[in-house]
Design a protein around this ligand. Structure first.
Ligand code: ADP
Ligand code: ADP
Ligand code: ZN
Length: 218
């Protein structure tokens, strides 16, 4: 299964991707996570993108396309993958098409998760993540079962993203509206596009997505 999860920052792409990864045994390719790993490791790419990410703007297309193109060649992507946070611009969408056709593969579905703007801000400012396994949590909406202990791996250390601040959220939402939302019609036209209401509980949203993927909806 090869799919794209589209949606504004805080819509639940990462959360849903992690559940889909477990369900279907395919990797989550999160460009945000890859970039944060480069920043943390202090690689040349990380040095180049750090301040852009902190400002809430998008990283240049050529850097992102290279990142994904390298990753798609890894053996764990052979049976499929979940693109989380890519593509985010028309140029990235076009490059992805080229990458897929070069490999003789195509997408099974593009899922767009919609969430009210106010809920997005609440979700972003309360988000925190397990340092060891990367599972996402929220201060009030999605707490670990035992306070301070990761449900998935038992880890006790968590982090908050530098860009998950109220000040940066507006810039990120604007980038989504101006640069990413315009690719939705492109995918709608191509077919196999599903819009999913992301306002429900995490498990409910997951069921909606799975129903669409497995063609049991509508
Ligand atoms: P994205 O990857 O789209 O930016 P995340 O998956 O990181 O979004 O989710 C943003 C925050 O909202 C996280 O703290 C997550 O725990 C929480 N969250 C995700 N989905 C839901 C949901 N359906 N209901 C409530 N909170 C959610
Ligand atoms: P969110 O979970 O809020 O949707 P991500 O973790 O996907 O955010 O991305 C965080 C930041 O990394 C973005 O604000 C942007 O600076 C950069 N980024 C991630 N993916 C892309 C992409 N496909 N194109 C350009 N910039 C990206
Ligand atoms: Zn963990």
């Amino acid at each position: 299964m090869r799919l794209i999860l589209l949606g504004p920052p805080g819509a639940g792409k990462g959360t849903q991707a992690q559940l889909l990864m477990k369900r279907y045994g395919i990797p989550q390719l999160s460009t945000g996570d890859m970039l944060r790993a480069s920043v943390k490791a202090g690689t040349p790419l990380g040095v180049e993108v750090k301040s852009i990410m902190e400002s809430g703007a998008l990283v240049p297309d050529d850097l992102i396309v290279r990142l994904i193109s390298d990753r798609l060649g890894d053996s764990d992507c052979l049976n499929g993958f979940i693109l989380d946070g890519f593509p985010r611009t028309e140029a990235q969408a076009t490059s992805l098409d080229q990458m897929l056709s070069d490999r003789g593969i195509s997408l099974d579905c593009v899922v767009s998760i919609t969430v009210d703007q106010r809920a997005l801000v609440d979700r972003i400012v309360g988000r925190f993540t397990c340092k060891s396994c990367g599972i996402g949590y929220h201060d009030t909406l999605n707490r670990p079962r035992v306070d301070g202990v990761c449900d998935a791996c038992g880890g006790k250390e968590f982090f908050r993203r530098e860009d998950d601040k109220a000040e940066t959220v507006v810039a990120r939402l604007t980038a989504y509206i101006q640069q990413t939302a315009p690719i939705i019609p492109y995918y709608k036209e191509k077919g196999r596009f599903a819009e999913v209401n992301g306002m429900g509980e995490i498990d409910v949203v997951q069921e909606l997505i799975v129903n669409d993927l497995e063609g049991r909806s509508k």
